[in-house]
Write a protein that binds this ligand. Sequence first.
Ligand code: SF4
Length: 528
Amino acid sequence: MTESTGHTDPLLVCAPLRFEARAVRRGLRDSARAAGSGRRAARRGAPEVLRTGYGAAKAAARAAELETGTFATMAIMGTGAGLAPELNPGDLVVATEVVTVRGGQPDPATALRTTSAPLLLGELRRAGLTAHAGRIGTVDHLVRGDERERLAQAGLTAADLESAPLAAAAQGRPLAVIRAVSDTPGRPLLHPGLVSGGLAALRSLRAAGPVLDRWAAACGPRQVLLAGPRSFCAGVERAIEIVERVLEQQGSPVYVRKQIVHNTHVVHDLEQRGAIFVDELDEVPDGAPVVFSAHGVSPAVRDDATRRGLSVVDATCPLVAKVHKEARRFAEDGYLVALIGHNGHEEVEGTLGEAPGSTVLVETPEDVLSLRPHDEGKVAYLMQTTLAADEAEGVASALLDRFPAARGPGSDDICYATTNRQQAVRVVAAQSDLVLVAGSANSSNSRRLVETAERAGTPAHLIDGPEDIQLGWLDGVSTIGLTAGASAPPAVVSDIIDALGGLGPVEVAERVTTTESIRFSLPKEVRH
Ligand code: SF4
C-alpha cells in the first residue's frame, strides 16, 4: 500500500487526491488487520493505492501511463458531487457506468459499464454503509447551482472530475468505481456544511476499504453452469398473464389476493403496472376485480368473494387445483387425508381448507405418529406441489410403514416443474463449487432447490438478485452452478451472469436434463 508507479499489484486503486488516497489506504489496512496476519493479502499480493491527481487532464495522462500496467483489477475511489436528491453527504455511489459529460450531456461514446456494481452495492450495504448504484459522470469543472439538477435529469447520480478518463486504463480488466458524496443538492459547495460533508465522505471511503478488498479477492475467470430447466413454469406464466390481461381489460387498479407468485421482482413489476396486492378480501373494495394467486384459495375464500359480489379471476395453477380436487374426493369417501407440506404456506392453507375436518398437515415422519384415523384402513396422503421429492418421500414412507393400506395421489402431486428443476440442480451441483439459486425467500420451490444442491454436497445460497451474492462466497470458486426457482424471472438469471462478468471473464454453459413444453390454458374470463 505504498505510493509508487510499479504497477504489478493485483489490485490497483486510483484515488485522485492525497487525502482520498490516504482514506483508502487506511481502509485497506483495516481490512488486512481484520483478516489476521494479512492472510488474504499475502495470497494475492497487497493492493496498491496510486494518487492520480486532480482533474480530467491528469486522469487521462495517468490512464495512458497505466496502459502497460500489470495489475489484475482496478478500482477508482474518491469523493464526488451528489446529484440525485436522495443523496446525503457520506453516502457512497457505486458506478454502474462511468461517462464523460460534454456540453452538459453524458457522451454515450465514452460510456463504460461496470457490471459488478450490484455485487459491490449489496456488500457495502451489508457492511452497514449507505450505498446507491447509478451512473457517474465526469465533468471538467466543479458542479454548481442548477447544473446539478440538469445532470440528474440526464440520468446521472453523481459527478466527479476523473473517473471516466481513468477508467479507460482498466482495458477490460474488472473495474470498480466508488465515489463518496461530499456535497449534495441540499448541501452544495460553499455551504457551511461542506467540511463536515467532506469528512463524512472520507470516513465512508475508509469504511469501504474492506469491501473493496473482498471484491478484488472475488475477481477472476469463472465458469457458470446453468441448470436447465430453470425459472418460470407454466403455472407462473399463466398467473402473471392473467393479471396482465385483467389490467388490460379493466384498467388499474386490479386487486390480487396474496402475492400472485412468490417473487419480489414479479410483484414489484405488476405493482408498477397497477396491481394492488392484499392479504385478505376485506381489503378489496366492492365491485373491484380481484385475482386469486397461483397458490390457490380455500372454498371459504371463494364463498366470501361470491357473497361480496366480487369479480373474481382465478389464477390457481391447475396442478394445485388437482390436489384440491383429490383432497375433496378422499374426504367425501371417508378418508383421513394427511397433507405432506409446510405449515403456513398459502398452498397448504388452501388445500387444508377443502376438507378441514378430514385433513391433517404432516411435515415430518414424526408427525405421522400423531395421526388418529377413525379407521386405519381409510388413510390417504397428498403433497404440496413444491416439496423436495426426497424429503416428501421420507414422510410418505413413514406413513406407509404405519398405514400400509394408505392411498396416495392418482399421479404425483409434486409438480413437473418442481421435479425437473430439482433434477437439473442436482446435475449442476455435482459439477460446481457453489450453487446460486435465484428466488425470493418465501418461494418454497426455490428454497427446496437450495436444499437439493446442499444434499448433493455443494454449498448453495438463495438470492433474490445479484445484490444478495456475498463476495466471500466467491473467493476461490471457479465453477458456479446457477438456477432459478419456478417463480423467478429469467431476467434475474441474466442480471446475475452480467454481475459475475464484472469480476472477470465468464464462460457460460448449460446442463439441460429435460425440456418443458407444458402450457396451461387461461380462464375463460381473460381468454379473449
Ligand atoms: S411450481 Fe408447479 S404447481 Fe406451482 S405454479 Fe408452477 S407448475 Fe404450478
